[in-house]
Design a binder for this molecule. Sequence first.
Ligand SMILES: *Cc1c(COP(=O)(O)O)cnc(C)c1O
Length: 278
Amino acid sequence: MTTCIQDVYAARYGVDFRPIDFCDLTAVAAACEDGVSAFFVETPTNPMMKVSDIQALADIAHEHNALLIVDNTFLTCYYQRPLELGADLVVYSGTKYLCGHNDVVCGFVVIRDETLLERVFMDYLSEGDALGPFEAWLMLRSLKTMPLRLDAQQERALSIASFLKNHPHVCQVHYVGDPDHPHYDLSCRQSSGFGAMISFTTDTRERAEQVLERVRVITFAESLGGVESLITYPMVQTHGSVPHEIREKLGISETLLRLSVGVENLDDLIADLKQALA
Ligand SMILES: *Cc1c(COP(=O)(O)O)cnc(C)c1O
């Protein structure tokens, strides 16, 4: 039996949490009626790339004296600035784009309010983890090239998304930089870029597995955001601990693959996908 990780931590810390669709603002407002202390939203979401309106969520949260926490890992502060849109806390997996080389595991919390900052800092000092000096140095060094990396990754992602959209064995492509993406206008309004995360479905489960076996330039591995392109199978990897019914509802099916586009030569990347999908 698979255990939902969220349930384990909810019980351990006495937190009652409920997943909601942040794209549905009516449902968000309705959820507040039961008393909510914070919203935790990831936008774009992993791996379905749904985008929610940060400013509208901040307004709803604040009307109900709740905090808005945004996981900004996918777009980073280079493309999206949630504090300026009204969020109270912004969290990052620094492991991904901020570090960008698949060689450090770390995280960041950015907090607007001084009192809240002091509280979180006390928790950090008493029970938090500390980054080792070498990793901290790698991180600082990586930040210097973050905009260059992200722009190069995004440029490749735009081309790869359109290649995938036109491929006969690909059914759906989810990329926020695709003008046909249902939240494209919202993305253009609240972010200055689209990032380089793409998910797509293949025609059959066999084809999805074949892609994972055949890729050579792209690596079949978890994680994302680095200069090396990585492809993952969300159903069995990142979302393996999510109950089946919830996965189905979200669209995390047996044909869904997630691609984190790196900075390799674009022609090599497309040729790799072409041979893997053939
Ligand atoms: C990877 C990831 C996390 C977890 O970060 P770690 O650095 O692996 O602990 C959280 N949120 C998002 C969106 C991620 O991609």
